[in-house]
Design a protein around this ligand. Structure first.
Ligand code: DON
Length: 306
């Protein structure tokens, strides 16, 4: 019989008492402030099909910035690499995820994993309006997660869309520098719907395994090219945790992408997809407990890719 890679220590990592009193919920999206801060989940799925699911692993949360992975992937399918990267560079910023600063001073979008970059990716996805684009995106995501019923949390969508003045400002700046060519509100609506897609850690770990497997899903279907997977994993390493990406790479060494609702999707190339969820976040927008779980997983199971 095949020996499992994970043992009971993964449960100890998950159950360890951790202090996150320095953190907060993402209250700039009013509806997100209502989330139960005690929810906690971890899912891991390996290329050998070993699956670990602990805590609230079936709880579906809004994926927020984890959607930036799917937005970029679909933009890269709909357009050539040259077209996409003529509008969006691939450089880390060290600035907050919703910063407008460099759009004014440098007149370009630094990378696809900050809000400016994801708004640009969203604008490059084909479809005649936000509804058509979101239907395409949902279908695309279902290939990764093995889940047909991809839903949107309409309350969180409405709450964010009504209050998304920072993203509106970013969108108008993008328009002023010629990156955004379509309607600001339509594009913002699509982007916000993408952020409001709900998935569980179990679904997202499966998506992580697709990236780890260079684009092949659990059914053995190719859903993304190996080339795009490599781009995605490289960008997760350098930009996936925003202005904490350098620290995360040096202390954890697992390519990852976070979202303000508390999810962190991790990819250990060729080996496994991981997703943690715990809603209390740092000022940089990363889950406090999630980062600590990743650190312990990396240390104890030697998952650091460097
Ligand atoms: O656009 C926003 O601000 C949110 N919908 C997503 C931001 C986010 O998740 C940043 N995360 N760590």
């Amino acid at each position: 019989m095949k020996k499992n890679f994970f043992d009971n220590r993964v449960y100890d990592i998950f159950n360890k008492e951790r202090d996150c009193c320095e953190g907060h919920l993402a209250s700039y999206i009013p509806e997100l402030a209502k989330i139960n801060p005690n929810l906690k989940a971890l899912s891991i799925i390996t290329s050998e099909k070993e699956e670990i699911n602990i805590g609230n692993y079936n709880y579906k949360f809004t994926i927020q910035s984890i959607s930036k992975i799917f937005l970029l992937a679909l933009a890269l399918i709909d357009n050539s690499e040259e077209e996409v990267f003529s509008k969006i560079s691939v450089e880390p910023t060290g600035d907050p995820f919703n910063s407008t600063l460099r759009l004014e001073t440098n007149q370009k979008v630094f990378n696809p994993f900050i809000n400016a970059g994801a708004l640009a990716s969203a604008s490059m996805i084909k479809g005649k309006n936000a509804e058509e684009k979101i239907e395409r995106l949902k279908k695309f995501i279902s290939n990764f997660t093995d889940r047909e019923d991809i839903d949107i949390d309409r309350d969180i969508y409405e709450s964010e869309y009504k209050t998304a003045n920072k993203n509106r400002a970013i969108s108008y700046l993008l328009k002023s520098i010629g990156v955004l060519e379509n309607d600001v509100e339509e594009n913002l609506s699509f982007y916000t719907m993408a952020c409001s897609i709900t998935l569980s850690t179990r679904d997202l770990a499966k998506a992580g395994l697709v990236l780890a497997s260079r684009g092949v899903n659990l059914k053995g279907e190719r859903v993304l090219s190996s080339k795009i997977c490599k781009i995605m994993i490289a960008l997760m390493t350098t930009c996936g945790m925003y202005d904490h990406s350098g620290s995360f790479a040096t202390s954890v060494g697992i390519p990852a992408k976070s979202g303000v609702s508390g999810g962190i999707l991790g990819v250990v190339p060729k080996r496994m997809g991981i997703c943690s969820f715990s809603p209390v976040i740092t000022n940089q927008g990363n889950s406090i407990i999630g980062v600590e779980i990743y650190k312990d997983l990396s240390d104890i199971y030697e998952l650091n890719i460097f």
